[in-house]
Design a protein around this ligand. Structure first.
Ligand SMILES: [Fe+2]
Ligand SMILES: [Fe+2]
Length: 196
């Protein structure tokens, strides 16, 4: 069985995804369509009939779509403030793409058994991020987007060096901690400080 198949989906499915994701209006028309194809492909290749049922994390039913939209929401604010405060320049098309696509493989790696989240058989064959990068590469995303998604996970052996990858890293952890705190578990920022 392949990890995924690239699918355009029907117009209703593409419209459904288009209405759920924040930030699409900031993308070029071509990249917007590619993002929709990526989400439709991940969705239709997954075990989920409904995108809203996809959990964002192995430890929480916090919805994946909510997490991704959290990252877009807070990420745009962070990037805007960084440009104002520090004068850094940001490639907005690239940044919004990695916000929207960084967890694109989660529907393929996490399944549900009722309210229980179970790792799919793929999760022991390929790492989170790398599977997403394969899918994105096949759709024709830029090497910057593919590379950043491939290396964004906290357990990746290295992370990208772009400003956009740096912003994604912190906003992703900030938003992931929201789900961790709601679960009553120890958030990442406390775990990281305990390592010192
Ligand atoms: Fe991730
Ligand atoms: Fe994430």
């Amino acid at each position: 069985m392949p990890f995924y198949t690239i699918q355009q989906g029907c117009s209703e499915e593409r419209e459904w995804v288009r209405n759920k994701l924040l930030g699409l209006d900031r993308l070029s028309p071509d990249n917007k369509e590619k993002v929709l194809t990526a989400w439709v492909s991940a969705w239709k290749s997954s075990s989920y009939a409904n995108l809203e049922d996809m959990p964002g994390f192995s430890f929480s039913l916090y919805p994946l779509l909510d997490h991704v939209n959290d990252v877009v929401h807070f990420g745009i604010s962070m990037a805007e403030e960084a440009t104002k405060r520090w004068g850094v320049t940001v490639d907005w098309d690239y940044l919004i793409q990695i916000f929207l696509l960084h967890d694109i493989d989660k529907p393929l790696l996490l399944n549900r058994d009722g309210d229980k989240i179970v790792k799919s058989p793929f999760a022991s064959q390929i790492q989170h991020g790398v599977l997403g990068a394969l899918l994105l590469n096949e759709i024709g995303f830029s090497e910057q987007v593919v590379g950043t998604v491939a290396t964004h996970a906290t357990n990746s052996p290295f992370h990208g060096s772009s400003t956009e990858a740096y912003i994604l890293h912190y906003v992703d952890l900030f938003c992931a901690d929201r789900a961790v705190i709601l679960e009553g578990q120890t958030p990442y920022y406390q775990k990281l400080s305990l390592k010192k």
